[in-house]
Design a protein. Structure first.
Length: 82
């Protein structure tokens, strides 16, 4: 009876089972990754909307300040003319 080296069979089976396990982990983790990306996208949209609202408010305040400065300049020029 001849004894043959069968390590290559076990190694290939082990490699296949490792690949299978790796693929199963990827399959189970993929939905979690997608949900995480979806949540990040929603947070990004909320941040962008908040930034937009802040910019609108700042623009209104700048316009109001500019108007007040123009009125003050006019008052100063009127005082200088007297």
């Amino acid at each position: 009876m001849e004894i043959r080296n069968t390590n290559h069979i076990y190694k290939s089976d082990l490699k296949k089972s490792e690949e299978f396990a790796t693929n199963m982990v990827r399959i189970f983790l993929m939905p979690l990754l997608l949900v995480g990306q979806n949540l990040q996208g929603k947070r990004s949209e909320i941040r962008a909307e908040n930034d937009y609202q802040v910019n609108i408010k700042a623009e209104k305040e700048i316009a109001h300040s500019t108007k007040e400065i123009q009125e003050l300049k006019q008052m100063i020029s009127e005082l200088n003319n007297k």
